[in-house]
Design a binder for this molecule. Structure first.
Ligand code: DGL
Length: 278
């Protein structure tokens, strides 16, 4: 595998634009590093695909980021973290390059919720893939065995966001429907995980329909802190990541559309390059 010695950005991957909400907060906390974002927009959304498809797509994306010089890749996508992270870490990385790392977004989120919930009843809104994988339940069980998790899949939410319909009147119907379902199933929930990196864009709608006093947990802040902590504990990796403060974005779809969305999701203009993943 060929990589440049000098340019070794931190790779950030999502099926589409959602990961930009995570990248924004990572860059706020760790502005010194170079970042390379990959949105597999041509094949998004991933949420309703099978395990095998999500795993293959994610592995391909990770390999692209490695080829471009990344030694550390963050899967800023819950669906990919839930369905592909463990297999990539355990089966693929030792064969590709044992010195590279791939991290996800579920563990940092789960670490954060333990001290936040008082009732010990936590809700999860996420894609079909993430909810059905049971990954949040397993991680919560390991770290906070007294916490009860109820998850509801929101299959229409990512398409609403990707199609810029997140502030439209139509979005209210789908947001209210899934939040209603969640709180009817468990009215004691006091902490709500938005377990999809696209969902912060629906925040104006979400706050309208959740019961008063429920705390909403978005992931960017926790993933950024967890990455800072990881780099602090792994000085060799920190030293291997280049520090030019640059941001470059790759997309498998239209660079023009990506550019427009990057401004919306990240509040910043981005330099975008179209790639083909095979
Ligand atoms: N943003 C991704 C996540 O966090 C999923 C979007 C998709 O379904 O592709 O789960």
């Amino acid at each position: 595998m060929t990589t440049s010695n000098s340019y070794s950005p931190i790779g950030v991957f999502d099926s589409g634009y959602g990961g930009l909400t995570i990248l924004r907060q990572i860059r706020q906390l760790l502005p010194q590093y170079d970042y390379l974002y990959l949105g597999d927009n041509a094949r998004a959304p991933y949420g309703s695909h099978s395990f095998e498809v999500i795993y293959q797509y994610t592995l391909q994306a990770v390999k692209v980021l490695f080829e471009r010089g990344c030694r550390l890749v963050i899967l800023a996508c819950n669906t990919a973290s839930a369905k592909a992270l463990r297999t990539i870490q355990q089966r693929d990385l030792p064969q590709i390059d044992a010195d590279r790392r791939v991290l996800g977004v579920i563990r940092p989120t789960v670490e954060a919720i333990g001290p936040l919930t008082k009732t010990r009843h936590v809700g999860l809104l996420a894609t079909v893939g993430t909810v059905n994988s049971g990954s949040y339940g397993m991680e919560i069980h390991k770290l906070w065995p007294d916490v009860q998790l109820t998850g509801v899949a929101c299959p229409m939410w990512v398409p609403l966001v990707e199609n810029y319909e997140f502030d439209s009147p139509g979005a209210d119907y789908f947001v209210q429907k899934r939040i209603g379902e969640l709180f009817r199933t468990d009215p004691d929930i006091d902490t709500l995980i938005l377990g999809c990196t696209h969902y912060p864009l629906l925040m104006n709608k979400i706050v309208k329909y959740i019961p008063t006093g429920v705390r909403i947990v978005t992931q960017g802040e926790y993933v950024a802190k967890s990455l800072a902590d990881y780099l602090g504990r792994h000085p060799n990796m920190a030293a291997a990541c280049s520090t030019g403060s640059t941001l470059h974005c790759l997309t498998t779809e239209s660079p023009e559309k990506f550019h427009e969305s990057a401004t919306l999701f990240m509040h910043e203009e981005a330099e975008v390059e179209k790639i083909v993943i095979e």
